[in-house]
Design a protein around this ligand. Structure first.
Ligand SMILES: [Zn+2]
Length: 306
C-alpha cells in the first residue's frame, strides 16, 4: 500500500440544528466517563456554583480534601455531582483528579448495602440498586471503597459490582448525548454529528468507540483537534475519527485505548459551528497504519453503533 505522507484535509461543513425550545437537562449521575476528584483548595472550602462562572450563584461549599464526582469539563470548570442528584460547577484549578473506575451494581434483586467500613459488621449507610453506577476508588480483600451520591465515600462487597468498560461491544462515543445533528451521507458528510448534551456547551466526554491504537492526536485543518484510532473489529480493519474536539491532548500517538475509555472533551474546533462530535468510521484496506484519506473508505457509523 502506498503510504502517503501528505495529508488530505477534508473540508466539510457541519451544520447543527439547535433546539429552539427550552431544553431541560436530564439528571445525570456517574457514568462510564465520570471520574473522581479531590477538593484541593488553599482555603477551607470550594464554592460549587450554578453555572460555569465565578460570578454564578453559590449552591454549596465542599470542604478541602473531600471527594467529588466529575462529570464533564467545560472550559476551566468541571460539572460535578455535589450531592445525590444535585449538579453544579467548580473551578478546575481546585480539583485534583484521582484514580477511579466506573463500576455497575450487578445484583440480581434487592439492594446492595453501602457500609461505613470494611466488613458486614459495619453499619449500612446507604442502599444501591441494580444498574447504579458508582466510582471505585480502591479495592482490598474483597471490598471496594466507592464514591457514590456525588461526594460520599463508603464500602461495598466487590462481588456485587462489575467494571462498566468490560463489554466488547462498540461504544456510543458521547455518553451524555444521543442527539444526532447530522447523518452520514456518502461523498457529502463523511461522519455522524452528535450534539452536545447542552447545546453550544463544550466539554462532554468523548469515548473511544472501539478498542485500538491511537494513530494521530492533534490539529488538522477542517477537523480541528482530532483523534484517529485504528482498530480490528469483526474481521475488518477500521479507523475511527473524532473531530472538532476541544483538545486532543489526553491521548498520544501509539497509545492503546479500550472501548469506552475517555479520550477527549467535545469541542467546536476547526470547521464547526457549535459544540458537537463529528464521528467517522472508515474501512482500511489493510492493517497498515494508513493516514491519508485516500487509503480508507468512510462508511455510515450508525450500523456499527446499534
Ligand atoms: Zn460532521
Amino acid at each position: 500500500m502506498k503510504h502517503q505522507t501528505r495529508i488530505h484535509i477534508l473540508t466539510f461543513i457541519c451544520s447543527i440544528a439547535l433546539l429552539a425550545t427550552a431544553f431541560v437537562l436530564p439528571a445525570k449521575a456517574a457514568d462510564a466517563s465520570s471520574a473522581a476528584g479531590v477538593v484541593s483548595t488553599a482555603s477551607s472550602n470550594l464554592n460549587v456554583r450554578a453555572s460555569a462562572s465565578t460570578t454564578a450563584a453559590i449552591l454549596t461549599r465542599l470542604p478541602k480534601g473531600s471527594y467529588v464526582t466529575l462529570l464533564s469539563k467545560s472550559g476551566s470548570f468541571w460539572r460535578v455531582e455535589y450531592a445525590d442528584g444535585a449538579y453544579g460547577y467548580v473551578h478546575a484549578d481546585y480539583i485534583t483528579q484521582t484514580a477511579s473506575t466506573p463500576v455497575n451494581v450487578s445484583i440480581s434483586s434487592g439492594y446492595l448495602n453501602v457500609r461505613s467500613g470494611v466488613g458486614t459488621s459495619y453499619s449500612a449507610v446507604a442502599k444501591l440498586y441494580k444498574g447504579d453506577t458508582v466510582l471505585r476508588l480502591s479495592e482490598s480483600g474483597g471490598w471496594s471503597r466507592i464514591l457514590y451520591a456525588g461526594t460520599r465515600v463508603g464500602y461495598v462487597s466487590s462481588a456485587y459490582i462489575t467494571s462498566v468498560s468490560s463489554s466488547s461491544a462498540v461504544v456510543w462515543p458521547v455518553p451524555a448525548s444521543r442527539r444526532i445533528n447530522q447523518y452520514f451521507k456518502a461523498g457529502t458528510h463523511l461522519g455522524l454529528d452528535i450534539g452536545a448534551s447542552t447545546p453550544k456547551v463544550e466539554g462532554d466526554a468523548v469515548l473511544a468507540a472501539m478498542p485500538g491504537k491511537v494513530l494521530f492526536a492533534g490539529y488538522l485543518g477542517g477537523y480541528g483537534h482530532v483523534i484517529y484510532i485504528n482498530s480490528y473489529h469483526n474481521g475488518q480493519y477500521i479507523q475511527t475519527r473524532y473531530a472538532h474536539l476541544q483538545s486532543a491532548s489526553e491521548v498520544t500517538s501509539g497509545q492503546t485505548v479500550a472501548a469506552g475509555q475517555r479520550i477527549a472533551p467535545m469541542g467546536n474546533s476547526g470547521t464547526s459551528s457549535g459544540a458537537h462530535l463529528h464521528f467517522e468510521v472508515r474501512i482500511r484496506s489493510s492493517a497498515a497504519d494508513c493516514f491519508a484519506n485516500a487509503d480508507s473508505t468512510p462508511v455510515d457509523p450508525l450500523p456499527y453503533l446499534s
